[in-house]
Design a protein around this ligand. Structure first.
Ligand code: COA
Length: 147
């Protein structure tokens, strides 16, 4: 498994992975994904093995030295094999290299596996955001301060 930067011809595959990873109120449209990935303050890492994309992560640099994880998606068949950790390590290293002070993200209230994944990496819940998703459901904001 290795990481590489996004290439424009990845878009359809990343869209399909995002659709497979999230219910429709959370998954992004193609236009949203294109906008996030193409933003000048964004970074996208693609995890690939033998030319098969297993997952990806989009992060966005916010003001006040915060890196925001827009999404991290690992295909079901590849989960619990360290792909998510590889992607998060890349984002966290980028954040440290760019003098960020914190990484933040939102995770659905009922997404316990992702909450465990983040907690295992040192993220803590700081705030419950009601009506965060289009169906009115709640998200947790989680953060990790960087040394
Ligand atoms: C969350 C996600 C990115 C994790 O990716 P992954 O490749 O499975 O993660 P890793 O294999 O690197 O897991 C690292 C550690 O996180 C924890 N973890 C990961 N998935 C877990 C689960 N389902 N239940 C409990 N702990 C879990 C474990 O401590 C794991 O270490 P271990 O396997 O040695 O026990 C993946 O499950 C995913 O894409 N889910 C769907 C999309 C999603 O929910 N994204 C996050 C939205 S905010």
């Amino acid at each position: 498994m290795h990481l590489r930067p996004f290439r424009p011809d990845d878009l359809q595959t990343l869209y399909e992975i995002d659709q497979a990873c999230f219910v429709p109120v959370i998954s992004y449209t193609r236009e949203e994904l294109t906008g996030f990935i193409g933003h000048r303050h964004s970074q996208t890492w693609v995890a690939e093995e033998n030319a098969e994309i297993a997952g990806f992560l989009i992060a966005h640099r916010e003001p006040r030295k915060i890196l925001h994880i827009v999404t991290i998606d690992v295909l079901k068949a590849w989960r619990r094999g360290g792909v998510g950790s590889l992607l998060m390590e890349a984002a966290e290293q980028w954040a440290r290299d760019h003098d960020m002070r914190m990484i933040g993200l939102e995770v659905a209230h009922d997404n316990l596996s992702a909450q465990k994944f983040y907690a295992a990496r040192g993220y803590r819940k700081v705030n419950e955001i009601e009506h965060y998703y289009a169906d009115g459901s709640t998200a947790w904001a989680m953060v990790k301060e960087l040394p």
